[in-house]
Design a protein around this ligand. Structure first.
Ligand code: RB5
Length: 145
């Protein structure tokens, strides 16, 4: 898969770890986040990754800030984005299986790096189940009209 990743200053170190891990899993990853610990603004990065996923052919996105919340809220303002925060492995596969989320977010101040890797792996390996879930995802899309 071709994956867009983004982070703010709260998550730079974890972003680099996750980039390496995603490559080890055999994926391509493109970095839209900050590479320093200098304060920056997560809405810009969330939106940038959102546009990358919806308009630039990326298969999905990974967003990391302090909590995962601010950056996912920003991404969700981009039409076509379905981003959610995951702090556990069960949610990480369900967010794909049920919600067909095209961006997963988590917090560098909330989850440790090993759990973050497990979360990313669960999300990337999960598949959307369709069926009744497709109808509900379509209802979410209808809210954007
Ligand atoms: C930055 O201090 C912090 O607010 C940000 O990383 C994130 O947690 C916002 O939701």
């Amino acid at each position: 898969m071709r994956i867009a990743i983004g982070n703010d200053h709260a998550a730079t170190a974890l972003k680099f770890e996750i980039m390496e891990y995603v490559k080890e899993l055999g994926h391509e990853v493109v970095n839209f986040g900050t590479d320093t610990n200098d304060s920056c603004n997560y809405p810009e990065i969330g939106a940038r990754v959102g546009h990358a996923v919806v308009e630039e052919g990326f298969d999905c996105g990974i967003l990391i800030c302090g909590t995962g919340v601010g950056i996912s809220i920003a991404a969700n303002k981009v039409k076509g984005v379905r981003a959610g925060v995951c702090s556990d492995v069960a949610t990480a596969h369900l967010i794909k299986e049920h919600n067909n989320a095209n961006i997963i977010a988590f917090g560098a101040r909330i989850v440790g790096s090993e759990l973050a890797k497990d979360i990313v792996k669960a999300y990337l390996e999960a598949e959307f189940m369709g069926g009744r879930h497709q109808m509900r995802v379509d209802m979410i899309s209808d809210l954007e009209k």
